[in-house]
Design a protein around this ligand. Structure first.
Ligand SMILES: Cc1ncc(COP(=O)(O)O)c(C=O)c1O
Length: 461
């Protein structure tokens, strides 16, 4: 059981009937008469809890090891630690982050096939045994720096249909896998299983089916060579919001029968996964403020574009950009669209608009073109589903600070989380209690909401 005394993990309780959206509106109202309108996040930890229940409902045989790289905010890591998740760490710093909040080493997999020797030694000294590899050189390094490691062979997948490909960089072919297993045997190393990643933003669940079947082949090779193969790691790639063509359950409905076929329940194989995006994307909403604006008249732009409706286009400059949270546009191939904080009047005309970040770089464009009513400097735009691969890679280029993150959680969510932390996973609460947890940050735009006067209390847990 983890202690809940860390002062850095503080959130605001949502009072009954209030949602994360109300807190967001409240924060915007608080600064409405000032010029101090920095970009900020509201992150609903209850949404992470909901995802956890949804995970176990859809993939009952698979233990999640959250991929810390996706969002390494302490509150997220601590929430998932309290829920009993494991962690996929890619570096010494991520291992330290997770261990500093009390996660035991058995709940960590060092899932980076190409590691610096000093960091392998760090894993050895801190008791982290599970680690991935996909090359002979890595085996030789591990034999030297961590001979007791429990090795997991990462195999390549056909991730050509994924949004972010990973097998271009990592993963052994089936042929190479046999050679690597033989080499591991020679080096007297312990290989315990197989891992893969279908690519982040998976669009074809059949990739999982093929990868699971390939993993079975490698399990059989390992067993033939005398290894006790007992761990299958199906990686990440699961969607984090509903704004995708392929829904989470559509993927898991394909994965489950493939697992049952290749790794039946009675085989005793432990199955884990490394979801990142799945857990955090929908929990975070970013509010940015318009700091500057340009009106480009049609005759100025020289555009013949019939779509330049109402004779002008508008350029908005907001206080977070691609060097900050919107790095996801460059690194994660994200397409973002704003939600207006102020509801437009029914008869208001629309203009073709572009949205730009605050830095001096022309690359710093968030949205190339979006039709919306005219806004003013000081108005807010919201971006939903901003929890994955955003804050983790944001820089302070040009001196623009990263947005503050305001964590919120409802009391029922907090109580459930505490129960899980004390008693372990509570399968019986799943249906009745989780469905009644308040909505996440990802609300429908324009939804009716309470006035921004909700009473709320802060807590350090
Ligand atoms: C080894 C590994 N595991 C897990 C993840 C998380 O993937 P996702 O966010 O698609 O679930 C990644 C992402 O790059 C990864 O490299």
């Amino acid at each position: 059981m983890l202690s809940f005394s860390n002062e850095e993990f503080d959130f605001t309780f949502l009072d009954e009937g209030f949602t994360a959206k109300d807190i967001l509106d409240q924060k915007i109202n608080e600064v409405s008469s000032s010029d101090d309108k920095d970009a900020f996040y509201v992150a609903d930890l209850g949404d992470v809890l909901k995802k956890h229940f949804r995970w176990y409902k859809a993939l009952p045989r698979v233990t999640p090891f959250y991929a810390v790289k996706c969002n390494d905010s302490k509150a997220i890591v601590k929430t998932l630690a309290a829920l009993g998740a494991g962690f996929d760490c890619a570096s010494k710093t991520e291992i330290q982050l997770v261990q500093n909040i009390g996660v035991p080493p058995e709940r960590i997999i060092y899932a980076n096939p190409c590691k610096q020797i000093s960091q392998i030694k760090h894993a050895a000294n801190s008791g982290v045994q599970m680690m991935t590899f996909d090359s002979e050189v890595e085996l030789m390094k591990v034999a030297r720096a961590h001979p007791k490691a429990k090795l997991v062979l990462r195999i390549a997948t056909d991730d050509s249909k994924a949004v972010c490909r990973l097998s271009v960089k990592f993963g052994a072919t089936l042929k190479t896998s046999r050679l690597l297993l033989e080499r591991a045997k020679e080096l007297d190393l312990d290989v315990i299983g197989v891992s893969f990643h279908v690519g982040s933003g998976c669009t074809d669940p059949e990739t999982f089916v093929q990868a699971i079947s390939d993993a079975r082949c490698v399990f059989d090779m390992g067993t033939e060579l005398g290894f006790s193969m007992h761990l299958l790691d199906i990686g990440g790639g699961f969607p984090g919001s509903e704004e995708v063509k392929l829904k989470f359950e559509e993927i898991t409905n394909v994965i489950n029968p493939a697992l049952d076929k290749c790794f039946p329940c009675d085989s005793g194989i432990r199955i884990i996964a490394e979801p990142g995006r799945y857990y955090v994307a929908s929990a975070f909403t970013l509010a940015v403020n318009i700091i500057a604006k340009k009106v480009v008249l049609k005759e100025q732009s020289g555009s013949d574009d019939e779509d330049d409706i109402n004779g002008k286009t508008l350029m908005y400059y907001v206080n977070d950009g691609v060097y900050g949270s919107f790095n996801c546009i460059l690194y994660d191939h994200a397409h973002v669209k704003p939600v207006l904080q102020k509801r437009p009047k029914p008869d208001e005309g629309c203009y073709s608009c572009s949205i730009w970040g605050p830095t001096c770089d022309g690359l710093d464009r968030i949205v190339e073109r979006f039709d919306m009513p005219e806004l003013q400097v000081g108005d807010w735009m919201l971006f939903e589903n901003m929890g994955a691969y955003t804050v983790a890679a944001a820089s302070t280029f040009n001196g623009f600070q990263r947005p503050a993150i305001n964590y919120v959680m409802s009391r029922p969510a907090w109580q459930l989380m505490q129960q899980i932390n004390e008693q372990g996973f509570l399968a019986e609460v799943e249906e009745q209690d989780v469905s009644t947890l308040p909505l996440s940050c990802a609300w429908e735009s324009g939804i009716e909401h309470h006035p921004a006067t909700c009473a709320s209390t802060s807590i350090n847990v």
